[in-house]
Unconditional design. Sequence first.
Length: 606
Amino acid sequence: MKNIPANSHIQGDYVFPLFGYYLKNQWGWSDVFTTYFLLRDNTDKEQLSKGLSEIAQNGIDFYKLNQAKVILQPLKDIHLEKVSAKFDNSVSESKSLVVVFASISLIILVLSCINFANLFVSTSFIRARSIGIRKSQGATKWALIRDFYLETAYYVLTAIIIGIALTYFTLPVFNQFVNSGIEIDFTSPIFYIYIIVLFVFTTLLAGSFPAVYMTKFNIIETLSGKFRGKRVSLLQKSLIIIQFSVSIILLTVVVFIYKQIDFMVSHDKGFNTEHIITVNDRDKFGENFESFRTEMMQETSIIDVTKKNSLPTNWVQGWGFSLPDNLEVLYNAEVCRIKPNYFDFFDMKIIEGENPLYLDTADSLRICVINESAVKVFGLTAPVVGKIIVPNGDVPRSMTIAGVVKDAQTRSFHSPVDPQVYIKLGSKWTGPIFFKIKGDPERALNKIEQKWKAEIPLVPFEYLYMDTIYHDLYKADTNSGKVLLFAMFITIIITVAGLFAMAYYSTQRRIKEIGLRKVNGATTSDLIKLLNQNFIIWVLTAFVIACPISYFALNKWLDDYMIRTSLDWWIFALIGLLAVMIALITVSYQTWKVATMNPVIALKND
């Protein structure tokens, strides 16, 4: 069959029918398979969900005791809506994040239009005479406005063609950079409708202000050569302030996104993930665990070896637990099957009782260890050790708690720590094998690979580093940061270009004023200070506007995490200082050039 598209909810490398072993499984592997319903038109989805819930509750006691409900989700919503199923494997993103990215792209387009208008106006000294000549020869205001729109349309059309070409060639690099699969569909009518709307919108937005502004020039001033432009309008000042506000907001958000990611990755998770390699067991590899562990540890670079029924990041088995005095209430908890040395291997601390899994009789005695979250969920009071918990209300299978382990953030900090019950991993269970490495990892990998090839030579050897697995938990956050980083750089470049145009416009119209000041004794430093102060005021105003917006947005974004970095005031101050420095560097050349020019040249026409 053809490869399944990357944006499909259904993913896989091979397909086989559901019969035989899977059909006979008593649990039906209900948390592994996804069920799809093709509904008739006008189906009452709420009534259907109610009926499916009744079927599930009648079929599984755990569902009945917990009054579990089956919730249907439209397949078209699954990528951008919050998935309710705990074990769903769909690739989903935040809808609000998509809206944010779309809004940022629109903001960048608007900023570009603002810059185009500012650049157009900044060349009004050059265009003024030609406009005056055309007016003197009978050109109407509407004819001039039409020509300005046509010129703008030419620029916009050229920019769209270049933009599509750049997008086509750079999209593969972008997709690889942010781990996405975006494509341009040149056969889609929607694509061309979008281009037409973009063309009309941009032309009107970018061309309106220059067209109206420059057709108001006085004929006598423009033809006499005395035209020096008009005073910088409130609208122009506001546009520069808006540009810098957006740039500062994006810069602040990007800085704190990376600060939060670094904070989560380096934060104490309650267990150690450094210098640990994991390899999935299969066939005879790792079959006799104790002898396998002894053999592996003969290599001095391998400190220890342990095993679990899944990666710490995955939930593969959950049971409902009740207390002996109330079997009607079940509390859902993750069941972790581990080798006895698992806690020591990952530096997980036993805070009450002891680790009983080293006992040969741990299975027959039905002894377990639970984490702090399980203590809270089960409603247990101290002392916890010695208390009984009943899996799925089945009294003969009751377990005795022999120890409590400190909570470990085995999944991302987006979610709270799940209640966990640890029991001994039997010989029949498969799962990943973990190797703790010291010194040269290549030596350890060579030893593991040699054993792998000796046992299963036809299967490629694959391994993962645990710290890489935990970095990947925040891949969506990192990709969001990368996209915003791109947007930030583009916005800053646009803002700097707009500020440069405004500086040129502002200084050119004040040349004679500067000449008069120099004749009357003003120094170069006085003039640079005079010319720069307005720009500094605009940037500081933008900073005052951007700070509360950034703070509010970041606070709301950080609400999604169980732990959050601090919004340090000094970072805001540093970003404000950086914005001022960017503004000064941008305008200083223009202001220095005007401040140091010969006053005779500035005043010769008067």
